[in-house]
Design a protein around this ligand. Sequence first.
Ligand code: GLY
Length: 378
Amino acid sequence: MVIGGGIIGLVTAWRAAQRGFATTIVDPEPGGGAAQVAAGMLAAVTELHYGEQTLLGLNLASARRYPEFAAELTEATGHDLGYRQCGTLAVALDADDRAHLRELHALQRQSGLDSEWLNGRECRRLEPMLAPGVRGGLRVDGDHQVDPRRLAKALVVACERAGVVFHRAWAGRLSVARGRATGIVTTDGTELAAGQVVLAAGSLSGQLAGVPDDVLPPVRPVKGQVLRLTVPKRHAPFLSRTVRAVVRGSHVYLVPRESGELVIGATSEELGWDTTVTAGGVYELLRDAHELVPGITELPLTETRAGLRPGSPDNAPMLGPTELDGLLLATGHFRNGVLLTPVTGDAMAHVLTTGELPDEAGPFTPKRFSTALTEQPA
Ligand code: GLY
């Protein structure tokens, strides 16, 4: 059984069903969640941070699997995922941004990653809509994109075709008997039994009643506001790859889809469960995006939306068995849920089958948090 029908729960259920498990997903609205908001950057290299080299390994493993994963999912469902091998250009607008980007470049090189430093003129040659003030940038040809809404839809269809049962309700309480998770009770009172329960409820994963306190995942919601604009056919091509920057300390990115949709994201706000789209959020995204690409002000603004990233204490996911027998986690993917979908599906299918995480997922055991607690000096 999988609690949560977002992309992480869906991919886990799909891969489990392919391995022969009788699988149920519990979610009132499968295919919903953060994937309905996310831009879908597959940004293993451009979102690299100091201290996150272990996560980089998992991110790169997942990025490498994307072409085959997308092809398999399309073959299974007939749905195109909008997987686009377009690359990314991270640019700098002032001396501070440029220094920040130079540091990122140095870290990428130390980590053996491919990226190329370009001056402002070279950036504008690649992307003529960039502002004249762009001072330089990093060309990262390996950071691509997928359309998360299409991905979610395709995963729902793949699950249906693989025989996954959808129970359209909220999980209310985990059932535990003799020290083992045995299923759940839904908020409408239905009891569902399961040999193994995977908690994959995104930012809600820390909220399920009945989970012992020391097992409850330390996941928190991190709000992201995202805008969608439409590039009319006469403007195409507007941008040919993802363009991003850190402007006054905030990340802004523009992700152009082949359909003409242009996604601009994202704020990062620690405001609990609030998903209000605010004037300030929209203003800051448009202001920063406009500094990078002034021509966006001509485009229709077609959608504004906010979602909740499942943040974890070390920004990395929690994958695999917990200290409670029968309860596993696939949550806490924070900024990388779309990127980590293929590797998460494979890792969870492996651990459900063998009881062990595959090597690349070993560092992401949820037990790293309980171990850290027990190792505190008295
Ligand atoms: N990875 C992009 C975001 O979380 O905003």
